[in-house]
Design a protein around this ligand. Structure first.
Ligand SMILES: *Cc1c(COP(=O)(O)O)cnc(C)c1O
Length: 366
């Protein structure tokens, strides 16, 4: 990071998105590949919990509709700087869809590997961006094992969020944005839905940098929320241990969190320890219930994989771990438009009428 990075740079920069923090990012300005990502809204929600200030960070308002664009913009900028022959990634969907779009913009060939079960919306999005999409029959881990051999064989530049340092460099801007948006008065808690851990680990790095820069004087407690059907990190935390025991057959509606053996798991535990944070697990039912309230009472249509963060807050408020008067920021990582399958099971079919008033009256009488 540049030593001369000061808050005054933010007052004068023309960059409105996350590249307003370019001086903290490891890319030469001329290499930047951007689609206008970042500086997403913080919106207060009032109907989920009482007595707590709950702010949703709408990271689904992004060029490809997920927070993965933070990592992709930095990773692809770096790839351009390094003049690589191609980029490659494996993911449960959003990271691949995101990388595909940035690679398209940079005109770098892109290979993406996804499990066959990946949501069709995401697969179409990748294909439309011109990526070579390979569906792998098997789990997320199987997908990872195949690409590892492939990128070595073909010399592709690997951008997997599980290992790429640039994913973390990108996601650390979440911390910069939250603190700037709150006038450099950090919240008490920042809560993430965790799969690989690239989001929460990046946020921890950003917070540490901000403290070193002297822009904040304390660090919020970070919270890792995982789904019951795949919670290797949260379970390790609850056991009080360091060992991440892999989940062999992850099963959860929160597909983006179905990472059975997260290589960054120990870094997540370290982030929790260093910030006085904690980890929790939510059930699929709790997640679905929260998704309904978020959409119907708050107008927030979030991807099902994003909602465990909110469900986790509801649980932690109920158990008095998050206390009255606390300010909580919850990361909403993706859009409901990519969870049509799940939402369509939660709602009623709309009424259909003949194009006349009698028909309408009949329906409204119910
Ligand atoms: C990737 C993703 C997550 C999990 O983020 P990690 O950085 O892998 O922990 C959560 N929600 C959505 C929508 C995602 O795309």
């Amino acid at each position: 990071m540049h030593d001369e990075f000061g808050k005054s740079d933010l007052a004068t920069t023309k960059a409105r998105g996350l590249w307003r923090y370019a001086k903290a990012l490891p890319v030469r300005p001329e290499s930047i590949v951007t689609l206008g990502e970042g500086f997403t809204p913080l919106v207060e929600t009032r109907k989920l919990v009482r007595g707590v200030k709950l702010l949703a960070k709408l990271d689904y308002i992004m060029p490809t509709s997920s927070f993965k664009d933070r990592g992709s913009t930095v990773a692809v900028s770096k790839a351009k700087e390094l003049e690589v022959n191609a980029v490659a990634i494996d993911s449960t969907g959003n990271a691949a869809a995101s990388l595909s779009a940035y690679a398209a913009k940079a005109e770098i060939p892109c290979y993406v590997f996804v499990p066959s079960s990946t949501e069709p919306e995401k697969v179409v999005q990748m294909s439309a961006s011109g990526a070579k999409v390979i569906k792998v029959k098997g789990t997320r881990q199987d997908t990872h094992d195949v690409i590892e051999e492939a990128y070595r064989k073909y010399g592709w530049y690997y951008c997997g969020f599980m290992v790429s340092p640039y994913a973390i460099e990108g996601t650390k801007t979440i911390a910069y944005e939250i603190c700037e948006q709150l006038d450099w008065k950090p919240p008490d808690w920042v809560v993430f839905p965790v799969g690989t851990g690239s989001g929460i680990v990046g946020c921890a790095k950003g917070l540490q940098e901000l403290r070193k820069l002297g822009w904040i004087d304390r660090i919020p407690r970070l919270v890792c929320i995982q789904a019951e059907g795949c919670a290797p990190i949260s379970n390790a935390y609850k056991r009080g241990g360091e060992d991440i025991i892999p989940v062999k057959a992850p099963h959860t509606v929160a597909e983006g969190l179905a990472v059975g053996a997260p290589p960054k798991g120990s870094l997540v535990l370290e982030a929790l320890r260093k910030t006085g944070g904690l980890a929790e697990v939510v059930t699929d039912d709790e997640t679905i219930e929260c998704a309904k309230v978020l959409a119907a009472k708050e107008g927030l249509y979030a991807e099902i994989s994003a909602v465990p963060s909110i469900a986790g807050v509801v649980k932690l408020v109920k158990t008095d771990i998050i206390e009255r008067g606390d300010t909580v920021v919850c990361e909403l990582t993706g859009t409901g438009l990519k969870s049509s399958r799940e939402y369509s099971q939660m709602v009623q079919e709309p009424s259909e009428i003949e194009p006349n008033l009698e028909s309408l009256i009949h329906v409204l009488r119910g």
